[in-house]
Design a protein around this ligand. Sequence first.
Ligand code: XMP
Length: 504
Amino acid sequence: MILVINFGGQYSQLITRLVRKCGVYCEIIPFSRLHLPLNSSIRGIILSGGPSSVYEPNAPDIDENIFALNIPILGICYGAQLIAKKFGGHISKSKAGEYGKTEIILEKHSKLFQNITEKTCFMSHSDQIEQLPSEFKITAKTANSPIAAAENTFRNFYLVQFHPEVEHTPCGEKIIQNFLHNICKLTNNWEMPSFKEQKTKEIRQMIGDNKAICAISGGVDSCVAAVLVHNVIGKKLTCILIDHGLMRKDEVKNICKTLEVLGLNIICINATKRFLARLSGIYDPEQKRKIIGEEFIRVFEEEAARIGDIKFLIQGTIYPDIVESGLSGASHIIKSHHNVGGLPADLKLSICEPLKELFKDEVRNLGKELNIPDEIISRQPFPGPGLAIRIIGKITPKKLKLVRETDVILSEEIIKSGLKNEIWQYFTCLLDTKSVGVTGDYRTYGFVVVVRAITSSNAMTCDWAKLPTELLNTISTRIVNEVPGINRVVYDITSKPPGTIEWE
Ligand code: XMP
């Protein structure tokens, strides 16, 4: 496998994803969690970019013994600067930072750039390598960076100032492939059929003859996790769908109907009252998430006790949930994903998270491998905390009704427009703000609703969807006319980063 060491760069997860896309298993860890000796299966290391300067006090650092392991290393941006500094090079502030697309000019044959034809790359740096260590040779430059790439072939160290992992570097995938195959000499080992087999074995070993319950939400992650485990332990798995009162309109009914075909043993629990009671008066998004996560687990524990003899709780946690919840230790906590961040310390069930190494699109591929119908696999994501994080501030039954009704209109209009499959996710979000309007001859003072529609390939980054203005107009008119209490509709035109997909 390949190990990505994360120095806090915003694209670090994309490196991991790209390595896997190239067919090699890859994991990411924060620089602060790196401990030698390394797992013997690591055949290549990638040092990610990051926001710091290498000379800053407390700049992220690395155990230098890693350079003596005889493992090929690719340093990207900050990672490249760190390697250069460690070997006696000099880093300086560039006169003008370099951000955006630029052309790389190859200076010398390099195994890293073999068969590269498209030479656009994406730069995002304010520091640059000014002087290379003596044993390193320049392999590429750009108009603003005399050292855009360099290498020490004796040690098998490769440095790139630009970001091969982002889509704006079209040759990035080829560069990563070259690193994996030409330099680390790895053959492809990461594909869904073998992941399925491996996981099936692990689940059998872990759960054995025990009984398990699975938290099922109707979303693709929990469904795939449930089917994977069901294939191993059959009727010993009970799937539990908790109606926390924060679902979209008719969602629970629709999910039960859709999931029938999977042959799972599903029970649905109406826990609306207890969730809404605990959330009453709560404003803070993190607190909402923690409460919902905790309450979920309490309901599951009670249900487990009722069924009797349950040892495991299966969850559809996926890799970005873990990284974004800060549990990989790498990144700042962005949001406590309810199925990761909210687990109570005194949990009485053992957790089994069979998808925790996978990205969303990999989960979908696994779902196909498991013959789960397309209708389920292509469902748009719905967050575990549900509408609680689509109502800014305090949650009330009235606000739940408003967000549900507006969401139905948005959904109807997007489906009618034929754009459904081009949008990764769309929903409405109710603000905690009222605004003045006029309907007929009367002044209104109503809530503001946000329409959010985004395109993405993995939810780690997203663009706002460029919906036709006619469609936006219809959505806005229908919402204001049909949902009393709303008198203003706004469209969210924020990408991720700097925004996130959900508002809380
Ligand atoms: P953000 O808002 O973090 O969302 O950009 C990324 C994707 O994750 C979904 N999401 C969640 N899914 N539990 C989940 O299962 C959660 O707590 C949660 N929070 C966000 C979100 O809908 C988007 O698809």
